[in-house]
Structure formats: structure tokens, C-alpha cells
Design a protein around this ligand. Structure first.
Ligand SMILES: NC(=O)c1ccc[n+]([C@@H]2O[C@H](COP(=O)([O-])OP(=O)(O)OC[C@H]3O[C@@H](n4cnc5c(N)ncnc54)[C@H](O)[C@@H]3O)[C@@H](O)[C@H]2O)c1
Length: 252
């Protein structure tokens, strides 16, 4: 079995921050070529510089189908093809249902569920042309086991798991594998927003920590290792799975 990524061409959405950026860094270290796709142009430029100029920057909002099609075509041209997609772009929303605005519900589903679909749809011809490939959707433990005040987020994250399973059937005959990772609490800007605005942030963070058997917050690199496993030949017989990387909360 090989975990080499030499020559593999990745497009990573949400690549300017957190888990997506950690995946990009590890993939580059292991010899891959990387397209970083993100809607935040400034963060994208900083991230690309932090990677030593080895990544291609693709400024794109994953909810805009035309922009996604253009970004994928651009990536294929600049990387010389595409072998691996990682859908890590995502947003959180903490709101009891009765306080949630229609626009917030729509945006969470658009970014966390429709976005991965748009990227997969645009990338499939390129993966096929490469003779096969991998797709990893970054879902969440919240897609396996619910969390309070997160109806939209949980629904979108459960949706992207089942979207991937259905696509895994469709794409298998083309040598394309589709899997999900379901992170727990990972120290990223998105995660920090879940407790920093609480009346007592330290207590809120402690309450989150207590949900996990391992009772700690993980680093983005710990999720990146799982994403790269599912993007490598080491997982050659794995498709349609949802791999919990959550220190023991969902026990999936
Ligand atoms: N951090 C956690 O604890 C945690 C836990 C479970 C799941 N996740 C999931 O992991 C993924 C990555 O999250 P993170 O923690 O690294 O967050 P992050 O905020 O650090 O990074 C997310 C990136 O996605 C980008 N993005 C957001 N909306 C976008 C859009 N419409 N188009 C393009 N780019 C967009 C942001 O600009 C940002 O760079 C998300 O899907 C998130 O739901 C995170």
C-alpha cells in the first residue's frame, strides 16, 4: 500500500483556512499539486503565500455554479488535470429554529450541501479523464449525531454524507471513490466562533470538550491525515463511507 501523493492533483475548497489549509499543506508535503479554492480572496492570497507559492489560488464562491465551473476548468488547466476533490468549504450557524431567518437556512444549505454537489458535478469529467479519482466531503460529527441549536447545520452535514453515498454508486464504475470525514471539535476559526461569543467563553469551551471521550480539541492536521488517507491508494477499497474523526462523540 502506498500513501504517496506524488503528482496527484488536488482541488480543495475552503483551502484558505482551517482544515482545508491543513489538507493542502500535507498534500504538498507529500508531493501533490494543489488548487486552493475559497471565496475569501485576501485569506486565499495569505494561505497561498504561507504554502511557499506551491499552490494555485482559485477565488470562487462554492454556491455560484458558473463560478465553480470556471474555477474547476481553470484548475484543470493550471494543474494539468484533476485527480482529487476535497470539499472543505463550510459555514456554521448556531440558532434555535424559531430565531432562524429563511436566508440563514438557505445559506447554510447552499454552502454546506449544494456547494459540494456543484464542485463534484464540475469535476467528474476531469476525474474520469484522469482514469479515476477521489472525492472527500468534509461533513461533521453533527451529520451523524445531532447538536442543539444547529438544525440547518446538522441537516446539511447529514445531507452531504448521503449525497456522497449516492454519488459513490454512480461513480464507482469510473474508478471514482467518494467518502466523507466527520470531524469533531477542531481548533479553527470556524470552531472558535462556536464559543467565543458565549456569555462565558471558557465555560462554553469546557462544555464542548466534555462531549468528547478524549476530552480534547483536535488540530486541523489530525483531520487532514484522514482526508489524505481517503484520497490515497491506501484506501483503494473504501467508498461511500463516513469516517468519524471526533475523539469519540458519535461512535459511528
Ligand atoms: N472546526 C470544526 O470543529 C469542524 C467540525 C466539524 C466539521 N467542520 C467542517 O470542516 C470544514 C472546514 O471548516 P474549518 O473549521 O476549517 O473552518 P474555517 O472557517 O477555518 O475554513 C472554512 C473556509 O471555507 C471558506 N468558505 C466559506 N464559505 C465559502 C463559500 N461559499 N465558498 C468558498 N469558500 C467558502 C472560508 O472562507 C474559509 O476559508 C467545514 O465544512 C466545517 O463545517 C469543522
Amino acid at each position: 500500500m502506498s500513501t504517496s501523493h506524488r503528482g496527484q492533483r488536488f482541488v480543495i475548497s475552503g483551502g484558505a483556512s482551517g482544515i482545508g489549509l491543513a489538507v493542502a499543506r500535507l498534500a504538498l508535503q507529500r508531493g501533490a499539486r494543489v488548487g486552493l479554492l475559497d471565496r475569501d480572496a485576501d485569506a486565499l492570497a495569505v494561505a497561498a503565500r504561507s504554502l511557499g507559492g506551491g499552490a494555485v489560488a482559485l477565488n470562487c464562491d462554492v454556491t455560484d455554479a458558473d463560478a465553480v465551473n470556471r474555477a474547476i476548468a481553470d484548475a484543470a488547466e493550471r494543474l494539468g488535470g484533476i485527480d482529487a476533490i476535497v470539499n472543505s468549504a463550510g459555514i456554521d450557524l448556531l440558532a434555535p429554529l424559531e430565531d432562524m431567518r429563511d436566508a440563514d437556512w438557505s445559506r447554510v444549505l447552499a454552502v454546506n450541501l449544494t456547494g459540494p454537489m456543484l464542485l463534484c458535478r464540475a469535476a467528474l469529467p476531469h476525474l474520469r479523464r484522469a482514469g479515476g479519482g477521489t472525492i472527500v466531503n468534509v461533513s461533521s460529527g453533527a451529520g451523524l449525531s445531532p447538536l442543539p441549536n444547529r438544525t440547518a447545520y446538522c441537516a446539511a452535514k447529514a445531507g452531504v454524507i448521503m449525497f456522497g453515498k449516492a454519488l459513490a454508486i454512480e461513480a464507482a464504475s469510473d474508478g471514482i471513490r467518494v467518502n466523507a470525514v466527520c470531524p469533531g471539535a477542531i481548533d479553527t476559526p470556524l470552531f472558535r466562533t462556536s464559543y467565543e461569543n458565549a456569555p462565558d467563553p471558557a465555560a462554553a469551551l469546557e462544555a464542548i470538550r466534555q462531549r468528547y471521550a478524549m476530552q480534547r480539541i483536535a488540530q486541523p492536521e489530525e483531520v487532514a491525515e484522514a482526508v489524505l488517507y481517503l484520497s490515497s491508494a491506501a484506501s483503494s477499497y473504501v467508498t461511500g463511507t463516513a469516517l468519524a474523526v471526533d475523539g469519540g462523540r458519535t461512535f459511528h
